[in-house]
Design a protein around this ligand. Structure first.
Ligand code: ATP
Ligand code: MG
Length: 294
């Protein structure tokens, strides 16, 4: 049974989509079948993986409205083991159209149920609101990953998110847990970042991820090329940090042990493979064999 992780924080611009795209692609790069579901009408995860806007393509909106199956919505990506269910701005209508619908909070959970055996990880990119779309994601998820910027108001609004998680646990999804809190756009040279880290650590204890994501221009550039950062620039600090986060998250569950070992490939294939693919073959070994830091 795959693990469903919602990347959520109602605060805007904290790195949810950057985390969803790059965590999903880093997990997929470790030869783990991974699905990214874009649950945000802004559709940044969709365009960030290079899919053009298309109102006629089957998207998350269709799933929530019961007009198509998740299977029909799957799209391939540049990474062999990463799939996406794209979004479109029409998804904003679902918030209103579902208000009086049956099982309105369970729409995404029900739609994804048939896919849970096919993917080890399903990552949900949430919009910056505690609306019915985020609610659907939190009801569909096993765990929430909260990206947070290490800034003065970082914890402001978090109590609202935690209250929502508590309420969902009390009723709609008793098994929902917190996967972790990940500090994004992090600059450990500043006193402020150190202070905020200490505060977040006091608040969340061991739920604070050991991996922090640095501010890195390659992470900001990659989506405009429609690529995850490990395809755009595998050597960047941004790519390194999301691989590290993927290792940490994979380490939370037993999935690493279950992963198949990479198929042997002949030399010519390796030489012809794109740079990221060769790089990932090396990384796969590191991720599958050695989960510790290099
Ligand atoms: P929204 O709430 O609108 O959905 P979000 O929480 O999904 O936003 P992102 O879209 O991931 O946030 O990031 C906001 C902006 O910051 C984007 O322009 C993104 O490219 C940039 N960004 C995110 N993380 C980093 C980083 N580590 N280094 C540099 N730029 C980053
Ligand atoms: Mg986003």
């Amino acid at each position: 049974m795959g693990r469903v992780i919602a990347v959520a924080n109602q605060k805007g611009g904290v790195g949810k989509t950057t985390t969803a795209i790059n965590l999903a692609s880093s997990i997929a790069a470790a030869e783990v079948n991974t699905l990214l579901v874009d649950c945000d009408p802004q559709s940044n995860a969709t365009s960030g993986l290079g899919l053009a806007k298309d109102p006629d393509r089957i998207s998350t909106y269709y799933l929530l409205m019961g007009a198509a199956s998740a299977e029909e919505a799957l799209q391939n990506t540049e990474l062999e083991q990463l799939w996406i269910i794209p979004s479109h701005k029409n998804l904003i209508g679902a918030n209103i159209e579902l208000v009086s619908a049956d099982r309105r909070e369970f729409r995404l959970r029900d739609a994804l149920a048939p896919l849970r055996d096919r993917f080890h990880y399903i990552i949900l990119d949430c919009p910056p609101a505690l609306d019915l779309l985020t609610l659907n994601a939190l009801v569909a998820a096993d765990a929430v990953l909260i990206p947070m910027q290490a800034e003065y108001f970082a914890l402001e609004g978090i109590s609202e998110l935690l209250d929502t998680i508590e309420r969902i646990r009390a009723g709609l999804n008793p098994d929902l847990t917190i996967e972790g809190v990940v500090l994004t756009m992090f600059d450990d040279r500043t006193n402020l970042a150190q202070q905020v880290t200490a505060e977040v650590s006091r608040f969340f204890g061991d739920k604070l991820c050991k991996t922090t994501i640095p501010r890195n221009v390659r992470l900001a550039e990659a989506p405009s090329h429609g690529k995850p950062v490990l395809v755009y620039d595998v050597r960047s600090r941004g790519a390194e940090s999301y691989i590290q986060l993927a290792k940490e998250i994979l380490g939370h569950s037993g999935v690493v042990q279950e992963m198949p070992s990479p198929e042997p490939q002949d030399e010519q294939q390796v030489v012809n493979a794109p740079r990221w693919k060769r790089w990932m073959r090396e990384r796969n070994k590191l991720i599958t064999i050695n989960i510790q830091d290099r």
